[in-house]
Write a protein that binds this ligand. Structure first.
Ligand code: THG
Length: 359
């Protein structure tokens, strides 16, 4: 494989130096920001994530802030999810669609303070879209990209470490709930969320001066828990059916096709009219492969004899389940239990549509 050439165009984060010092072996680019993807190797990283606790630099989850009298109205214009049902102190996973109902992003949104939304972006230029909608719609809001950067603390021992560093009350934060808690002479927002199914937190850090002290504190207090620098793990997230925007779905897919239909709760938003009459003829499904797939850096046709059932959009080898794990977009004419052939760049693999994801 080739190397990635850093440049000023490619954003480093408050923790990139630390991540390099911890022996990162590969980065990807996400929201024009460096995102670590491998430390030791994907299988060992995955095993460690499932047994201990990892500290992740996920500052690539860039925040867009929407602030002002019309912040709620603009946010509700942007998503078909009913935000009246999102209680204060809770995060919400919100599809954002274009006028045709095509997925533009699948961020996590939260109100860090009354009257302000943070939209924690997946990998697409959504900040421009939000600013454009705000301007075109005459909303009385300020839209900005504040320098808030996010650390993930993921793994089964994340609870014990968070309790030790931030206090026992972190144990009572519910899934997708958050709290502001003191750290040194400042405050950080701690949410029970994150891009793994191993449990843990995301820590939104609103000031650069807190960034390295926080990293160092978690690393040193985490020693008894075998903490390591880590990152979202390609195998673990597919096992858990966590979607990756740009891989599993794009603007060519609706939330119904992407398996996010449960978040389409109202139609008075951008894309609402299209979604109301949309009939999905395909959907994302878990697919098992009969071996270790090559790097899934393109879409692979899924064939049933001469008929194309769909495509594979993400794939990885799962050490735990001893099979290839994949996410496919498949026509409703095919069902769980159906056997297909997946055509990778390295040749064909046997594939089976599964009833559910692995966890
Ligand atoms: N955390 C934060 N921001 C993010 C991500 C994150 N921005 C980018 C990207 N990840 C956005 N995509 C997702 C995808 C899945 C989830 C969160 C963000 C997720 N899904 C839960 C699941 O699939 O089990 C369900 C969430 C729910 O149903 O409410 O957490 O990870 N800050």
């Amino acid at each position: 494989m080739f190397a990635l050439a850093p440049s000023n165009r490619l954003r480093r984060t408050w923790w990139t130096d630390a991540v390099e010092a911890c022996g990162v072996s590969a980065f990807t680019v996400y929201n024009k920001t460096l995102l670590p993807v491998v430390f030791d190797n994907v299988a060992d990283d995955c095993r460690h994530l499932k047994s201990a606790v990892q500290l992740w630099d996920v500052a690539c989850e860039r925040q867009v802030s929407i602030q002002g009298p019309d912040a709620d109205a603009l946010m509700q214009r942007l998503t078909p999810r009913d935000l009246d049902r999102v209680k204060p102190g809770k995060c919400a996973y919100v599809p954002i669609c274009d006028v045709n109902g095509g997925m533009l992003n699948d961020p996590v949104a939260l109100q860090p303070r009354p009257g302000t939304w943070w939209v924690s972006l997946a990998d697409s230029d959504l900040a421009l879209w939000i600013e454009g909608v705000a301007m075109g719609g005459g909303y009385d809001v300020a839209v900005s990209e504040p320098d808030v950067q996010v650390l993930g603390l993921q793994g089964p021992l994340a609870n014990d470490l968070a309790a030790q560093v931030f206090g026992e009350e972190t144990r009572d934060i519910p899934f997708f709930g958050f709290e502001w808690l003191p750290f040194e002479d400042g405050e950080v927002l701690i949410a029970r969320s994150g891009y793994s199914k191993q449990g843990g937190f995301e820590i939104y850090v609103p000031e650069e001066r807190l960034a390295m002290p926080l990293w160092n504190t978690l690393m040193s207090e985490g020693q008894p828990f075998d903490i390591r620098a880590g990152c979202p793990n390609g195998a673990e997230r597919i096992e858990g059916g966590m979607l990756s925007y740009g891989n599993d779905m794009t603007r060519a897919d609706t939330p119904f096709e992407a398996g996010l239909g449960r978040y389409v709760q109202r139609y008075d938003c951008i894309g609402g009219a299209a979604l109301k009459y949309h009939e999905a003829k395909r959907r994302l499904v878990p697919v098992a492969l009969d071996g270790a797939p090559p790097l899934a850096d393109r879409e692979w046709p899924l064939m049933d004899g001469g008929a194309q059932a769909g495509t594979i959009r993400s794939a990885a080898w799962s050490d735990e389940f001893q099979c290839g794990v994949a996410i496919g977009m498949v026509s409703n004419d095919w069902q769980p239990g159906d056997h297909l052939v997946c055509h990778t760049q390295d040749g064909p693999m046997q594939a089976e549509i599964m009833e559910r994801f692995w966890r």
